[in-house]
Write a protein that binds this ligand. Structure first.
Ligand SMILES: [Zn+2]
Length: 142
């Protein structure tokens, strides 16, 4: 971890502002790895400063940041998001068991996106949903 890297947690107001953004909120907490809760999560989002743009998706950079979140914030699962050129770390706490090992998932049933994909590919909406489900299972198995 380079010394110039700084992590700042967003305030609850900033988090709710950011979550109104459709693109940002597409990948969201879907289930608690510990107790299986699917709805009640407290979202914690951080902005990471001082990482060069070309390193945002670098494995080594992300692993270092992951480690730092485990050690300094006791957060097990984090997700990286690049939004408007800013580098964010998205995490959640289970509202039931307080675990931070929360699995994220793409909102497969975002109807706007499915309509767009359907127009774009010429496939039916049902086909699109099936394809997305398949892709998400493959991602989860990784
Ligand atoms: Zn839980």
């Amino acid at each position: 971890m380079s010394k110039s890297t700084k992590i700042k947690e967003l305030t609850s107001h900033e988090v709710s502002q950011l979550l109104t953004n459709k693109k940002f909120s597409k990948l969201k907490p879907s289930s608690c790895n510990l107790c299986g809760e699917k709805k009640r999560f407290l979202r914690r989002i951080f902005e990471v400063y001082g990482v060069a743009k070309r390193k945002h998706s670098d494995d080594k950079t992300q692993n270092n940041i992951r480690l730092q979140f485990k050690q300094e914030y006791s957060i097990d699962f984090i997700f990286f998001k690049i939004h408007d050129g800013q580098f964010f770390v998205d995490s959640a706490v289970c509202g039931v068991c307080k675990s931070t090992a929360i699995v994220y998932d793409i909102d497969l049933f975002d109807q706007d996106m499915i309509s767009e994909l359907s127009k774009l590919t010429g496939k039916s909406k049902e086909d699109i949903i099936m394809g997305l489900r398949l892709a998400s299972n493959i991602l989860k198995d990784d």
